[in-house]
Design a protein around this ligand. Sequence first.
Ligand SMILES: Cc1cc2nc3c(=O)[nH]c(=O)nc-3n(C[C@H](O)[C@H](O)[C@H](O)COP(=O)(O)OP(=O)(O)OC[C@H]3O[C@@H](n4cnc5c(N)ncnc54)[C@H](O)[C@@H]3O)c2cc1C
Ligand code: SF4
Length: 699
Amino acid sequence: MLRLLCKSKPTSLSSYSPHYTCSTTQHSSTHLSVPQITPNSFTPSGFPLNSPNPLKTSTGFRFFHQYGRKSQFYAYENPVNRVFLPGCSLNWRNVGNWKGNGVGFMSVRSLVGGVTRGFCSESDREVMSYDVVIVGAGPAGLSAAIRLKQLCREKDVDLSVCVVEKGAEVGTHILSGNVFEPRALDELLPQWKQEGAPIDVPVSSDKFWFLTKDRAISFPSPFDNKGNYVISLSQLVRWLGEKAEELGVEVYPGFAASEILYDADDKVIGIATNDMGIAKDGSRRDNFQRGVELKGKSNYFLYMRVEAIGMLSGRNGFKSHTCASNYMHSPGRLTLLGEGCRGSLSEKMIKRYNLREKVQGQHQTYALGIKEVWEVDASKHEPGFVLHTLGWPLDNKTYGGSFLYHMKDRQVSIGLVVALNYHNPFLNPYEEFQKLKHHPAINRLLEGGTVLQYGARTLNEGGFQSIPYPVFPGGAIIGCSAGFLNVPKIKGTHTAMKSGMLAAEAAFDVLHGGLNMDAYWNNLKNSWIWEELYRARNYRPAFEYGLFPGLALSGLERYIFKGRFPVTLRHGKPDHEATDEAHLHSPIQYPKPDGTVSFDVPTSLYRSNTNHEHDQPPHLRLRDQSIPEHVNLPKYGGPESRYCPARVYEYVADDNGQLKLHINAQNCLHCKACDIKDPKQNIEWTVPEGGGGPGYSIM
Ligand SMILES: Cc1cc2nc3c(=O)[nH]c(=O)nc-3n(C[C@H](O)[C@H](O)[C@H](O)COP(=O)(O)OP(=O)(O)OC[C@H]3O[C@@H](n4cnc5c(N)ncnc54)[C@H](O)[C@@H]3O)c2cc1C
Ligand code: SF4
């Protein structure tokens, strides 16, 4: 992590090498071993040598893997504290005696309790034990963590909660509009105003335009943004991260959860983070660092800790047995997945446990949002002004539209959302966005301004019809990973937060009251999320019939039926199947960027602060290496070279003049569009080394 933090932002556009090719070599983990640890690794006061204590960043977050990257053993700071409860707590100061016991096993002797504890793993990775492991420090994950800790305080219970986040810092991978509806935050942290939440700009006016090439026709806004705020979600999430830490949640940015861990009964028992420091060819780089397993505490650990408490309190008999039986009947610890739209682990869970089929859910449908934050002339800035548009530059068969929100400090966020069930393989969402900015009504605002940041992210559009059963053995799926975005509102932050809170309440009852995680599903169905999504269910599928029938049907739903239309419309084909073959369309000629309002991809990428370690195995994996050249290019005209907003995929001629797919993986914005839109579902998006990816701060 230290290395990542030291890595400076690319100073020139040439840092984004358009011809960098990612090898598809995959590493094998079987030959990996853990560096040897010696007692000399510590200072006399018990802290790891060469490490500050305790390390805090400017944002207040501990960068745990700053230790981890330097030495494998530093990663034990928290597990040691974790497993031993108050009264028998170990930290660097009271680790009196320890010994490395081969790969992946270590004994620690506590000076307090005098009991030898084992940290072992079935693999050669370290294990850290928590009551609840949360993947993703987004609105959903952090709200779940905060709610859990609030319940712990209310009920005087100690549950350990950690959140792992693949971004280098909390918030760096968060991209949203964002018009924020504070309903869930009002419930979670009612004092948010007094506590300095970065929510300062109330919506002041709400406009809705239909765009033709040259004109903007104003309609009454179908949105109701009274009481909402224009914010940067990336900044709000940072603040939520601080609140979570204040409550005792352990937040670990720079850790990518790459694997789900199961027990013999196919129940999820935690996650593992990926190895760091693996080269493209599978060899270990100098900074090699084995991944960590974050698991629910096993009964073994729980039993041992209770025994230790009993010994310390001098009531070894009755009390320790009482406690032990309480813990021994614990139904197990939990993993909550809050990875956002198209979460890589969440998708695996949905498939493995047939979670969509379980509730007759339809497939999920998606859109790609491409966004910039501009600093505009003060005379044109109207804090709180909100504008949505439909129509141009998209054709009538493509669902989507633009948003333009005036934030504070002369900042304006502008974006184009394009539904990924578009048919024309020559459509290029990035170029459509560049075109949009040249519309006379929009160009007027941007002229004379500067772009501060660029980014892209997909969002769910399936709504009510596509919600999977969000509970799996050992955990649950929260937020946009399950798909709680309200499409006509274009808002998913409040529902993501609420779903995290509801899952937290169910999880607390599982861990403390011995109840069942299925309560989360019931909580959802009895909550305002359900009511909202049910009412909104027919808007998106209405547009399957084209823009104007869609407007008519959704108008009827909004103003006449108000969600009581007797039929629930179904979504059309999954997005990847919606792509037509290239011969049915003509290539689209997009204008060259002018460098003032419209820009080329490398310039935009520079503004996204995206950075990945170049020398690492590809995180964009082709299931079948031959499909790009044998199917995608001849049949679909190579659509991946157009839908990717970072130009990661390029067809480049080899020495024989044959076009071959090059994957510039280090440019990836983690938007997940390729995982969704590839016509043959041949691209698998997996997590790269933790800390890599975009570096958003105001998105
Ligand atoms: C263009 C656009 C405009 C939008 N506009 C609005 C709006 O105006 N109002 C509104 O309310 N909503 C809006 N939304 C939706 C809103 O952004 C989402 O609903 C919300 O961010 C979902 O929260 P989440 O916590 O589920 O996921 P996310 O916000 O996506 O957070 C997930 C987090 O998990 C991390 N993560 C993912 N996988 C892993 C892993 N394997 N290991 C470790 N970390 C991982 C990610 O890095 C990320 O930080 C918009 C979305 C987009 C894309
Ligand atoms: S490679 Fe895939 S996930 Fe990365 S930016 Fe391109 S489309 Fe998005």
